[in-house]
Design a protein around this ligand. Sequence first.
Ligand SMILES: NC(=O)c1ccc[n+]([C@@H]2O[C@H](COP(=O)([O-])OP(=O)(O)OC[C@H]3O[C@@H](n4cnc5c(N)ncnc54)[C@H](O)[C@@H]3O)[C@@H](O)[C@H]2O)c1
Length: 337
Amino acid sequence: MTKILRVAVIGAGRMGADHIQRLNTRIHGAEVAAVVDVDLTRAQAAIEGIPGAIALADAEEALNNGDVNAVLIATPGFLHEDILLKAIAKDIPILCEKPLTPDAGSSWKIVEAEQKLGRKRIQVGFMRRFDAEYAALGKIIRDSELGELLMLHHQHRNPTTPAGFTNEMLINDSVVHEFDAIRYFTGEEITSVQVRLGKATRNAPAGQHDPQHVLIETASGVLADVEIYVNAKFGYEVATQASFEDGIVSIGADTGPYTRSNGRWGGEVTPGFEERFGAAYDAEIQSWVDAALRDEIGGPTAWDGYATAACCEAGVEAQKNGEKVAVKLNAKPALYR
Ligand SMILES: NC(=O)c1ccc[n+]([C@@H]2O[C@H](COP(=O)([O-])OP(=O)(O)OC[C@H]3O[C@@H](n4cnc5c(N)ncnc54)[C@H](O)[C@@H]3O)[C@@H](O)[C@H]2O)c1
């Protein structure tokens, strides 16, 4: 059995660099063996101060390196499929940042490849499942502490969007987290998605309609809605209010020092996802490493990646036609039941 994960991190951008730091400083049982980026200077900068790590420009070279026995994929989503298939062929533990792949067809190919391998090797980076408040709300739902869950109201607000953030990316890159969260909370598949485009902000780039209202139904009839608002200016907010038969539970409110001074009261707004979910990312990666050392996975599966990709596909269609679009899913393979 593997004693320590020697991880190749593919992609040293915003998310990859963050994971490299946590693997190097906070995670037990794993080390960074290699960092790969097409921009080699970025890979070289990322391994600075990490003993024994090498910088490469080609993912395949890292996977073929005898010192590497696990891989963390943090390239843009459209590049995941190719690296995933090569890593599955190596039969090594894989942490793949969300999305598994950008569409249901290619995600299904990954599910099929893993089935052929015969065991789960891929954990998908839906880190919200590792957030303490998400876990607490999940437990209230599972234990029926407040009766049946009836509705979920989600707010997903970003200060601004990076260049090139398209209309579809509001669904594929942002609401994909809520699709997974709703599936996690309810333990059910999502059956339909509708997107309503109302009055838009003048602060959105050309071609992007912001905000959008996403309406979701699950198999048992739980209704969920998401306000996705990616140019909200004020800061970052990911919050949920859950309505039960016997109460209401809210998570995701900014907490921290509450100050009264100079005739004003208040606190600070969370600036971004690294701050809001820093502890969740740590817990996610530690769970992946601990499970990988037992030859298991410690979080969301390739099936979760496929199912959310199918939700995204329905969501993008719904963005275009305004209709309620059914989510089409293949039968769940025994490996994931
Ligand atoms: N879980 C989360 O909350 C979260 C947050 C942000 C991003 N992400 C996901 O993380 C992934 C990366 O996003 P990001 O924001 O860090 O992107 P980024 O653009 O900042 O970084 C991507 C990096 O990949 C490199 N790259 C491109 N092609 C490559 C190739 N063929 N081989 C090796 N490296 C290559 C780029 O040079 C860049 O350094 C995406 O899948 C994204 O959806 C997840």
